[in-house]
Design a protein around this ligand. Sequence first.
Ligand code: F6P
Length: 294
Amino acid sequence: MFLEEHIPATDPDLKDLILKIADQGMVIRAGFQCRQESCDTTNVYGETQVQMDVFADEVIVTALGKLDCVNSVASEERPDIVSLNKGGAFSVTMDPLDGSSLMGVNLTVGTIIGIYRNSSPFNPGREMVGALYILYGPLTTLTYTIGKGVHEFVLNEGGSYQLQHEDLRIGSSRLYAPGALRKKWLPPHRRFIRKLEEKGYKLRFSGSFVADVHQILHKGGVFTYPAFEGSEDGKLRLLFEANPMGFMITQAGGAASNGRGNILDISPDKLDQRVPIYIGGKREISMIEEEMLI
Ligand code: F6P
């Protein structure tokens, strides 16, 4: 079955929106070969942009501008919200190319998207009506949810996304992907990681959040980028990274927490808000939330 057959037609605008983004996955994929260099620019977080960050951002914003149903887009690569079509029902949040610092070493990167039925992106994550990510790895895959399970498709040679996994449920293996500099970890997090290690969790951390969470989704375990000395909010961005992937993993039977409570309950108050993140199986999320109470 193909993506266009799989997405229900009950909400045609939402369906068009997801399909439009899916099409951009092919354009972005095609851009990799000739856009390997860094730019002279940094984004709002002070991170050096690579050509592909800027390209992927422009490709998606331009495409969404052609849909009457899209009111606004907030991108990790831009300081301000882009207003597109007044009267459009949806706002979109995106990290056009997560993990882009890995492009130079040919590791997997991806596009992360959150969709709200609201003209503004300032909503708690649980109000999302859809989320998806496209992974550019050995295969190009698209994983989406509209609140009815999580489904994964593979881009075939004919340019269609073909169903590979329907109703994915998070795995039960014991993997852990621990971000941030170990020497800057705070005590509850340190204790949590020690407990995982004592229980025999295997280390898996690539440096690409979207790819690491994808692995956790399939196999099980937990990805963390915690609060650390010097940044009580961690590194990852609430609107662009944590919420869409949190919504996705929750739909697959897992959970996402800032260590003290569900990430999807946080009401964002700024575009570049960061959040400590624990995302994975419910077992692991309960462990860190208990550790934080000690
Ligand atoms: O937020 C961008 C990102 O590249 C994530 O994809 C990744 O998990 C994280 O930063 C890696 O951070 P660090 O370089 O500190 O390990």
